[in-house]
Design a protein. Structure first.
Length: 252
């Protein structure tokens, strides 16, 4: 057992089993607007405060040895929000990619995206391409950004591509199995998430990694995303380590 101490609350000590750190953690970062409303602040300030939680979570996951961290940044449904709020979210994404690149290099983090990049505005799209290119050879944790992403849209495009390859004769129907479907998803080549975290107390996946979440451990925390800190992360990982993962079987 390895002791990890939170930067925020030194009085609480949490011991994590270094041998059971989740390989892939995925997070639904929910509650920025609610956090701001509770404090009588504009929603924009909630989103800005959420960036600090992203920063600390990325750094700590890299330090703990997490292999893949997937963050649900912007869904296909988020375009329904007011244009001003969408614009703020895109600006924050652009700012994060620009300002955090030195830290990403420092921790040897590799950036990847899942979703449809063509639907993003030009500036964040260009910064994302730049970040992906500059970090493509890094061997540390993969920071997987779900942008303009929807689980149903992902499955639809996978079905279309599989159908096209069957029609061309490059794929036989009887050979289609889970591994083939996996290879047509945005997450091709990545392990399925071991742990999915959702903040703000909501109990739904919200169209996030619908195929990949089949056997993920899902843990809901009450804190809104801006309040999610290193100690919060440690608590969730500890809870994950106490789960009995059977993948549909039983233990002797």
């Amino acid at each position: 057992m390895w002791p990890w101490r939170s930067k925020q609350k030194d009085e609480e000590r949490i011991e994590l089993d270094q041998e059971r750190i989740p390989e892939h953690i995925a997070i639904i970062m929910d509650g920025n607007g609610r956090w701001a409303k509770q404090r009588g602040l504009p929603r924009a300030l909630g989103h800005k405060s959420g960036v600090d939680a992203v920063r600390s979570t990325v750094e700590e996951c890299a330090r703990l040895g997490v292999k893949v961290l997937t963050l649900y940044v912007f869904s296909t449904e988020n375009w329904r929000r007011p244009k001003e709020e969408v614009s703020i979210l895109m600006s924050l994404l652009t700012e994060y990619l620009k300002s955090e690149l030195p830290e990403v290099h420092k921790h040897h983090v590799r950036i990847r995206m899942i979703g449809d990049p063509e639907g993003l505005p030009r500036e964040p799209q260009e910064e994302l391409k730049k970040a992906i290119q500059l970090t493509k050879d890094h061997t540390g944790m993969m920071l997987n950004l779900a942008l303009n992403y929807g689980g149903r849209a992902e499955l639809i495009q996978a079905v279309r591509r599989i159908s096209a390859d069957v029609q061309k004769g490059g794929l036989q129907i009887e050979r289609i199995d889970e591994s083939v479907v996996n290879s047509y998803l945005y997450t091709a080549g990545l392990p399925d998430p071991d742990l999915i975290i959702r903040t703000s107390g909501e109990r739904r996946l919200s169209n996030f990694l619908l195929w990949q979440a089949s056997y993920a451990e899902i843990i809901i925390v009450q804190e809104c995303w801006p309040d999610f800190d290193v100690l919060s992360l440690h608590r969730v990982i500890l809870a994950y380590q106490q789960r009995d993962r059977r993948f549909g079987g039983i233990k002797e």
